[in-house]
Design a protein around this ligand. Structure first.
Ligand code: T46
Length: 137
């Protein structure tokens, strides 16, 4: 995680099956994304102006998808920052371990769907930015 940079966090184009009645995206472990999914969660009912995140992970790989609406992910590896706008349900942002992230600019009704490589573990989080920076340096 020490060496990972914001440039290792890339957009992954997910499959999209078109239909006149709407579109469908299916995500298959390992073939459509580079890890097996152990957990799915989603952020919703997000009030205007709210921010989420404000932490980094030791081991967790995640893919963030704007299942509805739009939001920004602000990525920080301790040296470089990158802002990614997510606004398409068939695009996922892969976030590797060791990246501080903040989510903001949620549109009304936005849903942030997250595919995660591990089950929830509170010990996997850095929630103090100074400690995160110490580990990265
Ligand atoms: C991330 C962003 C995008 C659980 O009990 N189980 C879970 O799987 C998760 C993710 C959270 N929680 C509990 C822990 C806290 O008491 O839910 C509460 C809110 O979690 P947190 O403050 O971490 O929420 P966000 O939206 O700031 O961050 C979450 C993920 O934790 C994080 O990995 O990248 O969504």
């Amino acid at each position: 995680m020490k060496q990972n940079s914001v440039y290792d966090c890339q957009i992954i184009k997910l499959p999209k099956i078109h239909s006149d009645a709407g579109n469908l995206t299916a995500v298959n472990n390992s073939s459509d994304i580079p890890f097996d999914i152990q957990r799915v969660y989603y952020l919703y009912d997000i009030p205007s102006g709210a921010e989420r995140g404000g932490h980094a992970h030791r081991n967790l790989h995640q893919i963030l998808i704007a299942a509805s609406g739009a939001f920004n992910a602000v990525l920080d590896d301790g040296e470089n920052k990158k802002i990614v706008t997510l606004n398409r349900p068939d695009y996922g942002l892969m976030i590797v371990p060791g990246i501080w992230r903040e989510l903001n600019e949620f549109s009304s009704g936005a849903i942030c769907l997250v595919l995660a490589s591990e089950k929830y573990d509170a010990e996997d989080y850095f929630r103090d930015y100074e400690i995160f920076m110490d580990v990265k340096s």
